[in-house]
Ligand binder design. Structure first.
Ligand code: FE
Ligand code: CA
Length: 529
């Protein structure tokens, strides 16, 4: 069957069903039951010329009775998907065993060209704190299977949670050895991805700097280009395997749209907000299409993604968006300059989170009564300053009044169990978050910063010790290695393990544990083991 015939047969199906069957329609996607797979869609199943499951599968945003299952049909992943305009019915199955002998939920979801033939299925009616396996089928093709897990029931006592966090996976800068390691980790219930899932940048030349592979494309600025960029990243076998290992909870950082954008302000001050708005809308749509999130599809350039979830009585997670609502970076957004900060940084009204999200976070921190409170945070909160100089205005250092408001609140509410996990800056680090100065300085929370999966380190080699000695709040820095971070959490203690790739410019390089830290829920501040 040639491509033209395929498109025609798909087109006939689309005409028959009309526009009513959307992939988020609960009667189609949330069909749940025990027994044989149901086919509730009346759409004809097209005969596909090629395997459409080139981008793997994923699951995310679990709750006690359901989880989001994701895939995207793409016979030509790097060239718009190659699925034509039609709606395609896709069967999905959830089983309690890896061989799919016992299917506990199934249904048919409709992949629509409007969303790049991506699917977000809510598989519901599941048992809490339970491992499941899932897969998709179209015609003769069956996807890879993924493993996922529902969260424990609300307030249920939980012995242990083992989760990871990761960020910053520039495909051109190195290999996905860290993802291979994530995929090989048997005891992993959840992974938080803290942003920079793609980089919008244009092609880099292989051999220049650390560039190991090039995508040959221009900087992504429109929907077609963002979709192709996600598809390129998702074509990596190690990333596919890591996403199939466990449920992910994703937030974005800047590079899903553009480096260091702030609200509706492009990094390039010459670009008007009205122009940037359509780029942001395209980028947010492509993020939605490639992320297993429990969110409605975006309808424009505004898209609320901040959200929280609980892991029984053990932990409440707050996942925040520190790009969409922020004031533009102060003082010209310079980095690694030793000149004292300009006045702008302390001017009134500057915000990183926006007033609504900030109020939501502070209120949520107050009412969470789990053993741990966990904040999935996008940019570094620990002060990284030398004298009066701010080394990076893009971090919380550029928004000191709002940071003080958050930390004062934690102190005032007597919260001792907050652990902040952070991405963005391509280094592993541990910091104390404090209130007061001098003798009155007091640690109120712990920050674990994770290194990048593959993006280049940003500190010149050998400067880790300089930063560490200049900044007393920092207990550990490793900027020279790539990797991910593993957290083993019980009601008594939280152990963080920094897993680092020996040499990420070598495909297949092994990982080692570089450092381990312990925190307890009653005394903030990490202790190195
Ligand atoms: Fe990054
Ligand atoms: Ca970033």
């Amino acid at each position: 069957m040639d491509r033209r015939t395929f498109l025609i047969s798909l087109g006939a199906g689309a005409g028959a069903i009309g526009l009513g069957a959307c992939s988020k329609d609960s009667s189609d996607t949330a069909a749940v039951g025990v027994g044989a797979p149901s086919t509730t869609s009346s759409l004809p199943v097209p005969t596909l010329a090629k395997d459409p499951f080139t981008l793997g599968v994923a699951s995310g945003d679990p709750d006690p009775t359901s989880v989001i299952l994701w895939t995207r049909l793409a016979m030509a992943p790097l060239d718009g998907g190659g699925m034509g305009d039609a709606q395609v019915p896709v069967q999905w199955e959830v089983a309690t065993d890896e061989s799919f002998a016992t299917i506990v939920a199934n249904g048919t979801a409709v992949a629509d060209a409007k969303w790049g033939h991506a699917l977000h299925v809510t598989a519901s009616g599941l048992e809490s704190a339970t491992r499941y396996f899932y897969r998709f089928k179209v015609g003769d093709y069956t996807s890879a299977s993924g493993r996922t897990m529902t969260t424990p029931a609300e307030k249920a006592s939980v012995d242990r949670l083992r989760f990871g966090f990761a960020s910053c996976q520039d495909w051109q800068s190195g290999y996905y050895n860290a993802h291979r390691d994530i995929a090989a980790t048997e005891n992993l219930d959840l992974l938080l991805f803290l942003g920079d899932y793609i980089y919008e940048y244009g092609a880099q030349e292989v051999g220049k700097g650390n560039t190991k592979r090039t995508h040959g494309a221009d900087e992504a600025t429109d929907l077609a280009a963002y979709r192709n960029r996600y598809a390129l990243y998702r074509s990596d076998e190690h990333l596919q395997a890591a996403q199939a290992r466990c449920a992910w909870v994703n937030i974005w950082d800047d590079h899903e749209v553009e480096n260091n954008y702030a609200g509706m302000q492009s990094e390039d001050p010459k670009i008007a907000p009205e122009t940037f708005s359509s780029r942001r809308a395209a980028a947010y749509q492509a993020w939605y299409e490639h992320t297993p999130v429990r969110l409605e599809a975006p309808t424009g350039a505004d898209y609320k993604i901040y959200r929280s979830f609980a892991w029984g009585a053990l932990a409440t997670f707050f996942m925040t968006d520190e790009r969409q609502y922020r004031t533009d970076q102060a003082c010209g957004d310079q980095t690694l300059k030793l000149t004292p900060a300009c006045d702008e940084v302390n001017s009134g009204g500057r915000t990183l989170m926006g007033p609504e999200q900030l109020a939501w976070l502070l209120d949520g921190l107050d009412t969470a009564d789990t053993t741990w409170r966990v904040w999935g945070n996008e940019v570094v909160m620990t002060p990284v300053t030398v004298g009066a100089a701010i080394l990076n205005y893009d971090q919380w250092d550029g928004y000191p009044a709002e940071r003080k408001q958050v930390l004062d609140h934690i102190k005032a509410e007597d919260i001792t169990n907050l652990v902040v996990v952070t991405g963005d800056i391509h280094l592993a680090g541990v910091g104390d978050l404090t209130v007061g100065t001098g003798e009155a300085r007091e640690v109120v929370a712990t920050e674990f910063v994770g290194t990048s999966i593959s993006s280049d380190g940003l500190l010149p080699p050998g400067t880790e010790e300089v930063v560490r000695s200049a900044v007393p709040a920092i207990k550990y820095v490793n900027s020279s290695q790539r990797g991910w971070t593993y957290c083993d959490v019980t009601a008594e203690e939280w152990i963080t393990e920094y897993r680092m790739v020996d040499d990420n410019l070598v495909d297949g390089s092994p990982l080692q544990v570089d450092a381990r830290f312990r925190v307890t829920p009653t005394v903030p501040g990490a202790i190195q083991l």
